[in-house]
Design a protein around this ligand. Sequence first.
Ligand SMILES: Nc1ncnc2c1ncn2[C@@H]1O[C@H](COP(=O)(O)OP(=O)(O)OP(=O)(O)O)[C@@H](O)[C@H]1O
Ligand SMILES: [Mg+2]
Length: 353
Amino acid sequence: MITTTGLTKVYRSGDREVTALDGVDLHVREGEVYGVIGQSGAGKSTLIRCVNLLERPTSGTVTVAGQELTALAGKGQRANAALRAARSHIGMVFQHFNLLSSRTVQDNIELPLEILKVDRRERSRKALELLDLVGLADKAKAYPAQLSGGQKQRVGIARALAGDPKVLLSDEATSALDPETTRSILQLLRDLNRQLGLTVLLITHEMDVVKTICDSAALMKNGRVVEQGTVAELLATPGSELARELFPVGGEPSGPDRTVVDVTFHGEAATRPVISELSRTYNVDISILGAAMDTVGGKQIGRMRIELPGRFEDNVVPIGFLREQGLQVDVAGDPAAPATAAPAGALVKEGAK
Ligand SMILES: Nc1ncnc2c1ncn2[C@@H]1O[C@H](COP(=O)(O)OP(=O)(O)OP(=O)(O)O)[C@@H](O)[C@H]1O
Ligand SMILES: [Mg+2]
């Protein structure tokens, strides 16, 4: 639904150059909620602004709903009209809501429809329908100053939906809100994603946001996407930083000559008593160092860090047993692992040697 290839953005001011995006290849599937996470300055906002061409990329392509926006940009009046039309199918939600304080809630939502020259009756019908959808049917005549932050963001979302977009872009839509309001806004985005089949690309610096509603995620650093995939794919990627942050399982080995193993449970395997089976079958004492269970993208996923007595060589058979059960097993601190893929304490799938 959204694809970028080699997307690059270099800002020039005087003789200074800042490379905000450095060859980003993003692939967002139709109907999914896709989260981009990264630290301040990583290039997240630049990426989302390049996706709807609010910002002109220095190079690379952006395709949304089968239309290459970068091919339309800046090639005369007709191309500009085509770009405007394409952009009207992309809704955008902002961190600070960007509502006009002199307009009522309803008039704020009607604004993009005025620009599209939709007639007054249709605008009004649409705005009221959208207000109902975001749970603010009674606030049509209120002014933004009379609303809470969460309500303002609901108006921001309703406005973003006015042009019947296929894609909704959200830049830190919840970071000005308290945790409970954040949850309700995320739930609204999830509901809209499901009800309307809306594809959502959201930017955040909070892992919780990714955990709550994203089907897929990408991690950005210094203008690059360093990891991306569905949550399940990420969890199955040895040494994935996103997986580790989504499922932090702490716990240090209790002594030398111990093997520390992270076991990831998905779906059916999550319900079987594999650890007690392992203990009984091989007569090993297993210590649990840490564990996390959660629902990610509506699926039950768990991770457990366990410790087995003896070195890795002594535990090849029990580890093999766990893998035969369909579990993902990552052995900690594998000495043969390349340093870049496995910083201290990182996990490396033993098959990746
Ligand atoms: N208009 C601009 N002119 C010059 N440099 C810019 C401009 N916009 C962004 N940058 C620079 O590009 C880099 C990426 O900025 P960007 O706003 O995309 O980061 P971000 O990941 O959204 O950060 P945050 O989490 O703080 O919002 C930063 O180094 C920033 O200073
Ligand atoms: Mg930003």
